[in-house]
Design a protein around this ligand. Structure first.
Ligand SMILES: C[S@@+](CC[C@H](N)C(=O)[O-])C[C@H]1O[C@@H](n2cnc3c(N)ncnc32)[C@H](O)[C@@H]1O
Ligand code: SF4
Length: 412
């Protein structure tokens, strides 16, 4: 227990399956990765458990992406977590189709917390949001879980997560109140959702607008119960004509995602390692994290340089009716990357060019991706797109030349 955590989180997919098909789910189930289509086996899980010291309390997530209660030996696995490390572990479940024995054993377990997803207490809305589940059965399961938890000496904290959509947002203040009064949770998080391209149509139709978030926030602030809005809502109100003089750099989350077959992904990188092939995973991953950290520190230095360059002179030219935002600028080894969004109010395609110091123009590719905050700030009609501009630092363009680079947005 003397180990100092060096990661923000580890997520462990005990399964790659789910028993529901919620329309907002971040999983792209029709095309799941093969490695996820299995249950984690005991030997792999034992290796995974050696990594517990690497994270702070409450930051070792058991099946954060799929449904952990589908694992045939979930309780046996939880019992394998060494006693002093139980407080590091959290589990999130839809609690839709769980046996009474599993509910009882979860409530008696020594893990830190159980997050329960609860999006509606109204039958119709529940059916639409938690497709495949039954409200009556879910509520019975929840009642049992909380009863067993009250009776238990060790029981984990119970927390709720609610996804806010156009279908349920009016109900949310009442839902928070009912949950607080009936189940006395340790916390309740109201969350925006961010979905894969395949579900974009549903997402577009059902995402809250900025004013809906603001009114929901206002209603929730009048309640005497602790409840949080998901982090990135803190970016409101988004200023799409963001000041290029102050690009912000998002904090990187340091973490591992461990797939059901034991493949470990270092988040934000393309590093994948099969934990089954490593004799001493704790030693191995501590060394790996150390080297990656050193590399990030170098990249951070370069980012600062990029920030200074951008601050100086980079210009953006946009035709009227085109709104844009440069969200992120960063330096990766020999490349400067610009990321952002643009939006044409009149539904015309937007062309983006990078203009080099010698006036050479390069037309850039972009993808027509969903962008919740663009939509919230500029409305729903129009053409929006995300851009990612990657400029290699070939010797022809030295860092200093970047002071004269410009980005142009033109109607197609
Ligand atoms: C992916 S689920 C996995 C656990 C379990 N199947 C469940 O739904 O509770 C983990 C949590 O993420 C939430 N979630 C699902 N899709 C999401 C999305 N697109 N964006 C943000 N959170 C999402 C779920 O509501 C749940 O609370
Ligand atoms: S229950 Fe969880 S994992 Fe399953 S579809 Fe719904 S959000 Fe996704």
């Amino acid at each position: 227990m003397d180990e100092k955590p060096c990661l923000d989180m580890i997520t462990v997919d005990l399964t790659g399956f789910c028993n529901l098909s919620c329309p907002f789910c971040l999983n792209d189930f029709p095309k799941p990765l093969d490695r996820n289509r299995k249950y984690m086996d005991e030997k792999t899980f034992e290796k995974v458990l050696t990594l517990l010291p690497l994270v702070p309390d409450g930051c070792f997530y058991l099946s954060c992406l799929f449904e952990p209660t589908l694992h045939p030996d979930l309780i046996g696995f939880i019992k394998k977590i060494p006693e002093p490390y139980g407080k590091k572990v959290c589990l999130t479940t839809n609690l839709a189709k769980v046996s009474e024995q599993v509910i009882h054993d979860l409530a008696e377990s020594h893990i830190n917390c159980i997050n329960i997803s609860i999006d509606s207490l109204e039958d119709e809305t529940f059916k639409q949001l938690r497709t495949g589940a039954d409200l009556y059965r879910f509520m019975k399961n929840l009642e049992k879980l909380t009863q067993y938890a009250v009776a238990s000496d060790v029981s984990p904290d119970i927390r709720f997560i609610t996804i806010a959509t156009k279908l349920n947002y009016k109900e949310i203040p009442g839902l928070v109140k009912k949950c607080a009064e009936m189940f006395k949770p340790a916390g309740h998080e109201i969350r925006d959702f961010c979905i894969p391209l395949t579900k974009q149509e549903w997402g577009m139709k059902n995402k809250l607008t900025l004013s809906q978030w603001v009114s929901l926030d206002d209603e929730l602030s009048k309640l005497p119960y602790g409840c949080t809005l998901d982090d990135h809502i803190g970016f409101f109100p988004p200023n799409r004509q963001a000041d290029v003089e102050s690009p912000y750099f998002r904090e990187k989350i340091k973490g591992l995602r461990i797939h059901a077959d034991g493949e470990v992904e270092y988040l934000g990188s393309d590093i994948f390692i099969d934990i089954n092939r490593i004799d001493d995973p704790l030693y191995y991953f501590k060394s790996l994290i150390h080297f990656i950290e050193m590399d990030h520190r170098k990249t951070d230095e370069l980012q600062k340089v990029a920030g200074l360059l951008i601050k100086k002179n980079i210009t953006i030219k946009a035709e009227e009716e085109i709104e844009y935002c440069l969200d992120q600028v960063f330096f990766r080894s020999v490349t400067v990357i610009f990321m952002g969004w643009c939006f044409h109010k009149r539904n015309k395609p937007v062309n983006i060019y990078l203009v080099f110091p010698d006036n050479k123009k390069v037309k850039l590719d972009y993808s027509p991706l969903e962008s919740p905050d663009v939509e919230r700030s500029v409305g729903e009609l129009g053409t929006k797109c995300r851009f990612l501009i990657s400029v290699p630092l070939a010797h022809k363009y030295s860092p200093i030349d970047f002071e004269q680079i410009s980005i142009e947005f033109k109607s197609g």
